[in-house]
Design a protein. Sequence first.
Length: 190
Amino acid sequence: MSHQNGAGGAVALYWDFENVHASLCEEKDPGAYARPDNRFKPQEPLVDVPAVLELAASYGPVAIHRAYCNWQFFGRYRDQLLQAAVELIQLFPPGGGTKNSADIRLCLDALEDVGRFPHIGTVVIVGGDSDFMPVAQKLRAAGRRLVGVGTRQATNRHWARSCHEFRYYEDLLGERSAPAAAVPAEPDGL
């Protein structure tokens, strides 16, 4: 599936990886990921990296592919991430109050990249936090197309609406066997 409408050019794909993984854990067992006995141990792979990469590549060649996380507990994703040529950005938690460290770094990198690389026409951000709304406004002002991806249960509706297009992660899994039309985000004057 190729998207001809939009900004064209190359694609930059950014993952708030632990956010997506945690959302999928919570869907299976509410409250499980937040417990230290579960969170701070090797994590079972739940995220289908190729499904998201396939979506991003449908907008053009993927020029930047980065994932932000404290990777010490995510080694079981090694093969998927290597095969997808993901640049892993290691975030060491300096203390208990580091919830947004991936969000902040991701947003700074995305804005720096679109400023440095004019051939980036589409930015795909994988994560469901409302923390991404300010970067959405900046990317729109820079004339870039923004596609968001997040889980149904954990995605903030305002973040989804701030994107040019938003796709639910769960829908991407079904599209690999049967293509479906994308639903554009509803503008609400944000």
